[in-house]
Design a protein. Structure first.
Length: 201
């Protein structure tokens, strides 16, 4: 996939952009760029598929509520991740016009994308891209969200039927907040890492 247009659009909006042909190359890049730091992870299948927790934990202090130590507490790890120097997450949709969309349940991931870190890294495979903002939003709501709801065994219409968002009022609804990054946040160093492979949901 040609990342030229989305790279131009993201750069014009203040994001740094790097792109790689393979997940392995992207993981190696991140492993060289983040060293001797505190690192927070947002819940992300993409980050898991890149094997970044194991890589970065070798020379950084990494906080991930998906990697609980024995006797660990997920809420405490989310709080520690929120105070980290670097924060890594993926996106539920990226428009080729440059908008980055995320949907969250607990809010830790979208909050950290917006504020509080020395550097934020948004890692995304080519499957997260859509031509327009409306299509990226549609993707986030109707592809990424149902798959995440299924992964979490949520008792929601989208998880049961696996077809689209019902804008439900289910107690187990995981879509509680929607964020759109129209540009890199003021005073924030934000880099989008694009990978020419399908990664995550």
């Amino acid at each position: 996939m040609d990342f030229t247009n989305v790279t131009k659009a993201l750069t014009a909006r203040g994001f740094k952009v790097s792109s790689f042909e393979t997940a392995k190359e992207a993981a190696e890049y991140l492993n060289t760029q983040i060293d001797g730091a505190t690192v927070g992870f947002g819940g992300s299948i993409t980050l898991e598929e890149l094997g970044l927790y194991a890589l970065l934990s070798g020379h950084n202090t990494v906080f991930s509520h998906w990697h609980l130590p024995e006797g660990g507490d997920a809420a405490a790890l989310r709080a520690q991740a929120a105070g980290s120097e670097h924060y890594l997450l993926s996106a539920n949709g990226i428009a080729e016009t440059g908008e980055i969309i995320n949907i969250d349940g607990a809010g830790n991931r979208v909050a950290s994308a917006i504020y509080g870190h020395k550097k934020v890294w948004i890692v995304a495979g080519k499957n997260k891209l859509a031509p327009t903002y409306d299509e990226a939003l549609w993707r986030a709501r109707n592809i990424a969200a149902p798959k995440n709801a299924q992964r979490l065994h949520a008792k929601t219409p989208c998880a049961v039927k696996a077809d689209h968002c019902y804008d439900c009022k289910s107690p187990g609804r995981i879509c509680r907040a929607l964020t759109v990054l129209w540009g890199a946040m003021m005073g924030s160093d934000m880099e989008v890492v694009l990978v020419n492979e399908d990664l995550g949901y």
